[in-house]
Unconditional design. Structure first.
Length: 146
């Protein structure tokens, strides 16, 4: 089973059961953003969590095995047309060098890890229009010289 086939089955079951990522994550004892990412094939799940997720969604052993496989993290190199994803590209395009410069000023020469990393997506109700809060939390990794 491919990661894409796995994702299709997970999404179909999620919809059929009327579950949210938050509800699924709560049932398996993990964060909703990480669970969704693993279900979209971008992270691998430990066996116990994969089994728990498959029980919640009533999915078979093939899905469980696919969830545990190490991902090949790749994506299309063209800018996506989906408005939510496009806006994230726009943010990095407009603010990428600013983010890089401020990280370097505050931490030194290095990068923010995408491995030792967490992300939270929250909603802030606001009378002028609800706000999306993205929190990216990655360990600073200093470049080394040798």
């Amino acid at each position: 089973m491919t990661k894409e086939e796995m994702t299709d089955l997970i999404i179909s079951s999620k919809k059929a059961k009327g579950l949210t990522w938050e509800a699924i994550a709560s049932k398996v004892g993990m964060g909703e953003t990480w669970v969704a990412s693993a279900c979209f094939g971008m992270n691998s799940m430990p066996e116990n969590i994969a089994k728990s997720l498959c029980e919640v969604l009533e999915l078979d052993e093939n899905v469980c095995a696919a969830l545990q496989e190490f991902p090949c993290k790749s994506w299309e190199k063209t800018i996506p047309q989906d408005p939510v994803i496009y806006r994230l590209y726009e943010i990095v395009g407009v603010y990428g060098y600013t983010i890089k410069e401020i990280i370097h000023e505050k931490f030194g020469d290095g990068i923010m890890s995408a491995i030792d990393f967490s992300m939270d997506i929250d909603k802030e109700e606001n009378p002028k229009g609800d706000r999306v809060i993205l929190t990216l939390n990655g360990k600073f990794l200093k470049y080394s010289a040798w």
